[in-house]
Design a protein around this ligand. Sequence first.
Ligand SMILES: C[S@@+](CC[C@H](N)C(=O)[O-])C[C@H]1O[C@@H](n2cnc3c(N)ncnc32)[C@H](O)[C@@H]1O
Length: 203
Amino acid sequence: MKKLAHDIYVSEILSDPEVPSRRRRGANHILHHLKQQGITKGKVLEIGAFKRPCMSPFPPEKFEFNILELGDRTRHDIPILKGDITNCPQLADNSYDVVMSHDVFEHIDKPWLAASEIQRILKPGGMSYTQTLFSWKLHKVPVDYWRFTPDCLDMLFSDLERVESGFDIMERRNMKPARTIPEDDYGKGWLESWRVFHVGIKK
Ligand SMILES: C[S@@+](CC[C@H](N)C(=O)[O-])C[C@H]1O[C@@H](n2cnc3c(N)ncnc32)[C@H](O)[C@@H]1O
């Protein structure tokens, strides 16, 4: 982790200027932590991956890959477990080696319940990887509820052993306007486009 200012930490892996794609940055970051934790096989759950799931760190001969989504819509052929991560009794306690989400927590109505379910369904020694937003344009997919700080993610996942949490500022001031917002003063909050992440291990 690199300290940028008094309480602003960024992951060096997420700060590689050679990796502009957020998907590749996230995949590299996950791979790094899988290696560090010695997780080489098992069951993975990605929450909210109706399109382009993050599968590259998980070779299919080693990992079983599941997706949990609210609805049936999908843009790939990986089977979807239909369900809500804030209340998913159909997923057994201690059943996943990795539970991850990318750009999902800001769309979850009660993220504290999601964190509790993630901590319940992870196996001891299993890894949680959560990437969401600190500062971003309004985007209703289908609803946009929250923005997060690393402290908030540490608190939500406080039953896990914290490995790393911080910012991904590679898309800072990307200035890309939402299609529905004209490029004027509206919604200027999102001009600072910062992602935030948390990595934790179940004790
Ligand atoms: C912005 S999309 C993220 C898509 C994808 N992960 C990506 O990075 O491109 C957010 C997704 O989270 C799903 N979602 C929101 N709340 C959820 C919940 N409580 N349980 C499961 N999925 C949820 C939505 O249905 C939506 O497909």
